[in-house]
Write a protein that binds this ligand. Sequence first.
Ligand SMILES: *Cc1c(COP(=O)(O)O)cnc(C)c1O
Length: 439
Amino acid sequence: MLPTPAIAALREQFPLITELMALQPMSWFNPRIAPAAEGLDDVGLTADDVAQASARLARFAPYLAQAFPQTQASGGIIESPVVPLPAMQAALGMTSGQLWLKQDSHLPISGSIKARGGIYEVLKHAEMLALDAGLLKEGDDYSVLASDAVRAFFGQYAIAVGSTGNLGLSIGIMSARLGFRATVHMSADARQWKKDKLRAHGVTVVEYATDYSVAVEAGRKQAEGDPACHFVDDENSHDLFLGYAVAGQRLKQQFEAAGVPVDADHPLFVYLPCGVGGGPGGVAFGLKLAFGDCVHCVFVEPTHSPCMLLGVHTGLHEQISVQEIGIDNVTAADGLAVGRPSGFVGRAMQRLIDGYATVTDEELYRLLATLEQTQGLRLEPSAVAGFAGIPPVLAAPQYQQNLPRATHLVWGTGGSMVPQEEMAAYVARGRALLAAGAA
Ligand SMILES: *Cc1c(COP(=O)(O)O)cnc(C)c1O
């Protein structure tokens, strides 16, 4: 924690910090929001970079279809459905617009949004090594990478990552399948089942009693000492970011196929749970490229971990953590339990994100149970955070004119791999809170 006078000075300069410190749900709309054509200049990456990432994933599709039979139906492309939520919309009392859910909770291989960026970065690294070693040539069918000889080759190399859980699952499962030696440095928030699952895949799991930033630092250190080790840097990686960004064009095609209009008269609001920022930031970048000014992105964080809001609002980005203003970074939303944001993402997206909101753990459980009751869909606590971004948008004067024709898309970021007993406990907790609220 910062010295008291330093906190007082920050609160003086940024009154919003006092609101954050009160740990009540709040929202902030970004006064620096710019037209996409201008804001995209901040990113330092382009539509062509995203197109290359997309093409790389297409090259790997034959391999993935072979290595992970659950991706065969989609021809080795890792993508999730987008579905309307009429019953949830009614339960939330939303009388205008249409509510939809992007089911990254059901992405194949690792059951969370991390199956986009995490798997992409491992594949890109594997491609580079295999091309350099002459084990792969341009135009090859990438299923050659599944051979024992190639797996033995990758066994000379290591991949390391620090994670609150889901990124570790994606990186660990993908790396181990290719044959890499994989190490995942897990923060105290990580659920036991995620550690068990990784160990069952042959991944080395190192546990820390501290938070995410410490686990990341440990991973970085391990990799620095080993030239054969690639460190997946959740706080700064452009590859992770590009892997997430591919979702933009894919969603555009899905909405076109579903007959959902997105244009100047039919705005699209997308609500993304935010941890360190790479996942929501990369997806939002892809969405801005695909839909331009017709899409409005809102990030949602736990009241106990509002790191991106704090970093962007103050302009201090990774130079400030929630702990420094006395917020504990303890939340049931394990995927969002991050105290210090990615400075790369905060700066890259500083004029492209419309707004930020925070949500309590109790509200996450209520939303989780409501979604289960109304639609039969089971998501983990982090993954329902997006719903909490809707009320501030519905109340914001700047959007009123087009709200009746708007589509509201909640990015459901994880949950399909949560063990049944654990999910049952989440739902029970939410139902108890709903019942207590109704009484
Ligand atoms: C990681 C994660 C997020 C947020 O992604 P960041 O890149 O950390 O911002 C959201 N939801 C779930 C379920 C996650 O695992």
